[in-house]
Design a protein around this ligand. Structure first.
Ligand code: ADP
Ligand code: MG
Length: 710
């Protein structure tokens, strides 16, 4: 079936693991006339009328009258023209929202909506599958039922001991219940069982891969008490914080051990990860081997060279910088020196991965902002040194549960405190009409001789199509869709999911979305006419980007208007004010990273999050930014309602196998599973016990053997 293949389903197992992404719980539908006023309810009815109104320019209202046997309800949505296609007269829909009474009718404002197929069987808890044009819900239900009927009560890959210990239902029962839940408690049990195995298999896979890697190539035993490291320590202009010290001790201990290091260094923006990496690089120089440090952008790579280069020079550590803008002649020289082993540390970008970049003896790979790279890219660099140590760094604060889930084969070091206390960045959420407050703050900052950022979600305004020219990473994986999910009571979550449809369309917006190119023109012409305003987007060539950054750093640009390209690592201490336009379009983690660009010097930072959203959840979400400056807490909010596969996409190994797990909600489960996986492999590293045969077979089924070797 081509339709199924498009969904990534090619085997019975994959079919059974094509879980409903939500359910329609018809037992919870309330007759329209019985809906309590002022509360959220779900109603099911037929669309009897659709009206489109345009009360003023830029505002479009769709009003739908919905009828059931008991009464009539009017639902309205703002600026969502596409709804006309789904909410047509005669169609049957479920609406979920707060019921209000005005002008003689029950009403819902922007309710969640779900269209039902005409033949939909409305009883009990009905699964809803991700489907596509070639596949209808009804067909999907039949095929899955067929598959459920055909598989004999299958052998359960989880050893009975584990199932008893963790009170897990059999896989067969779980598959049945997740596709046809008799009731919500059973559905919960089924989810738990299947989530357990998702995490368990992924953990086993990652731990096994690590064991295999360790066995395949002995790692370099680094010297961690050498003179160059000592010289670097002495030349540092500050003393390490306790967290930095502990992290670097952990890293150096790994490097001195014969097993290859796989360590993730997590620390908020400005927590001082770079210097910790620098110490590791120095140990490599002491050991007579080589290190590569890769950054996702040229700006960042140049920043290492600019900051660490002089320290390395002072300590006597040889280094070079290689990016795609390195001139051919220089590149040739660097490659030769590298192959000869006369360069100890090579900083760079993706350019380091090029096949002709060859090291005499690469023993450490450092990858900064590691989530910005694909797995293949990270592995490609690491593979240039057999058995080389790996230090990954990220400023996206990941809760421990997520770190365990996706980096189960990595050790983690956390830097939680910031080295430079004292400056405080205040954050305010303002409506678009109050933007002048932000401009006033910028004006004052400029008068003090400081600088400002204005961040826009788009590079340029859409021409006519609704989604022209969105900045590629304006809604990066973290930001993707996050604005639609706000925090909510965990207990209600599953129930809420039952009827919730996260519509694929953007939120209703008041006015248009701010775009960098137009913003620059506007500011130059109307607001800051006498100031120098620079523009930075991913559309610029790298030489242009570098020029803009240099001008900004040197103070030749007063206001830098940009897309999220400034998110990563940019360090201009004189910039003190940041305005983020349409802030609701970004994930909280991303906003947190962005705001880390100000308040880096002596002066406090001021951040204005401008948003015109009327979505209550989105507004509440942004409000968290005013109250919390803890990156980990913000990341948790972002992650709470999403599944890992959604966050990580295919970029992370194995994450595609995670369909049910949510790292925040399932944090306890993840910790338990991680411990079990470790215990099991400690007792039976080759999965040879009779009890573990199905487990071994299952792993081979799920994971490509190719991946296992990586
Ligand atoms: P990040 O973790 O975001 O990469 P950086 O490594 O860029 O952070 O460090 C942020 C700033 O803090 C840099 O300017 C760095 O020189 C400074 N810094 C790092 N460690 C210390 C310290 N222990 N004391 C004082 N300043 C420090
Ligand atoms: Mg950094």
């Amino acid at each position: 079936m081509r339709g199924l293949q498009k969904l990534g389903v090619t085997t019975i197992r994959e079919l059974l693991c094509h879980y409903p992404f939500r359910y329609n719980d018809f037992s919870r539908i309330v007759p329209i006339s019985h809906t309590p006023l002022g509360e959220r309810s779900s109603v099911l009815g037929t669309v009897v009328e659709v009206k489109v109104k345009r009360p003023r320019p830029r505002l479009m209202v769709i009003e739908v009258s919905l009828a059931d046997d008991t009464g009539l309800l009017i639902a309205s949505w703002f600026n969502q023209p596409w709804l006309q296609k789904t909410l047509v007269k005669g169609s049957r829909v479920i609406l979920q929202g707060k019921v209000e009474h005005s002008f003689g009718f029950r009403r819902m404002n922007s309710p969640l909506h779900t269209s039902l197929a005409d033949d939909a069987d409305a009883g009990g808890i009905m699964p809803v599958y991700r489907a596509n044009a070639a596949i209808t819900q009804g067909w999907m239900v039949r095929v899955i039922d067929d598959a459920l009927a055909r598989i004999p009560a299958p052998l359960d890959p989880l050893p009975p001991r584990l199932r008893i210990k963790h009170d897990l239902m059999s896989r067969h029962a779980a598959w049945r219940a997740i596709h046809h839940p008799p009731d919500i408690p059973t559905l919960r049990q089924a989810r738990r069982r299947l989530a357990f195995e998702e995490v368990f298999f992924l953990q086993l896979f990652m731990l096994l891969r690590r064991m295999r890697r360790a066995a395949a190539a002995p790692a370099c035993v680094h010297r961690v008490d050498g003179p160059l490291l000592e010289a670097l320590r002495r030349s540092l202009p500050f003393t390490l914080t306790a967290d930095q010290h502990r992290a670097s001790e952990e890293i150096l201990a790994d490097m001195a051990a014969p097993a290859p290091m796989s360590r993730l260094l997590l620390g908020d923006v400005g927590s001082g990860k770079t210097v910790v990496a620098a110490l590791a690089l120095a140990a490599v120089a002491d050991s007579g081997s080589q290190a590569a440090m890769m950054a996702p952008t040229e700006v960042l790579a140049e920043q290492y060279a600019g900051k660490l280069g002089p320290l390395f020079d002072a300590a006597g550590i040889s280094w070079a910088l290689l990016t795609s803008s390195t001139k051919a002649r220089d590149r040739q020289n660097i490659l030769e020196a590298l192959a000869a082993g006369s360069i100890s540390v090579l900083f760079g970008t993706h350019a380091l991965i090029e096949p002709d970049v060859l090291f005499a003896r690469l023993s450490l790979t450092v990858i900064d902002e590691q989530h910005r790279f694909g797995v293949e890219q990270r592995e490609a660099l690491r593979a240039k040194g057999e058995g080389s140590d790996l230090l990954s760094m990220t400023a996206t604060p990941i809760p421990r549960s997520l770190a365990l889930t996706i980096y189960g084969d990595m050790d983690t070091s956390f830097i939680r405190s910031k080295p430079i206390a004292g400056t405080i960045t205040t954050t305010r959420v303002i409506g678009k009409a109050d933007r002048r407050l932000a401009y006033e703050a910028i004006r004052q900052a400029l008068e003090r001789g400081e600088q400002a950022y204005i961040v826009c979600p788009l590079i340029s305004l859409p021409q006519s199509s609704p989604e022209a020219a969105p900045e590629r990473d304006a809604r990066s994986q973290e930001g993707q869709g996050a604005n639609r999910f706000g925090p909510s009571e965990e207990d209600e979550l599953l129930e809420q999911e039952l009827i919730t449809e996260f519509s694929e369309e953007p939120d209703e917006e008041e006015g248009h979305i701010q775009a960098a190119e137009q913003e620059v023109r506007f500011l130059r012409a109307k607001v800051f006419c006498e100031r120098n305003i620079g523009l930075m987007t991913s559309r610029l060539k790298s030489a242009e980007k570098r020029q803009v950054m240099e001008d900004f750093r040197a103070g030749r640009i007063d206001i830098l208007v940009s897309t999220t390209v400034v998110e990563v690592g940019v360090d201009v201490p004189n910039a003190t004010v940041m305005v983020v336009e349409d802030a609701d379009r970004f994930g909280l983690s991303q906003l947190h990273q962005l705001r880390g660009r100000v308040g880096r010097g002596e002066r406090n930072g001021e951040v204005f999050l401008v948003s015109g959203t009327r979505n209550e959840e989105a507004r509440r979400r942004l409000g968290i930014m005013e109250r919390s400056s803890d990156g980990f807490e913000l990341a948790e909010f972002d992650l709470r309602l999403r599944r890992e596969g959604d966050i990580l996409g295919s970029r992370q190994h194995g994450a595609a196998t995670l369909k049910l797990v949510n790292v925040i909600r399932d944090a306890d489960l993840i910790a338990q599973v991680h411990a079990e996986a470790k215990r099991l492999l400690a007792a039976d590293p080759l999965l040879e016990a009779t009890d573990h045969h199905h487990l071994a077979a299952e792993l081979t089924t799920i994971f490509n053997p190719e991946d296992a070797r990586a």
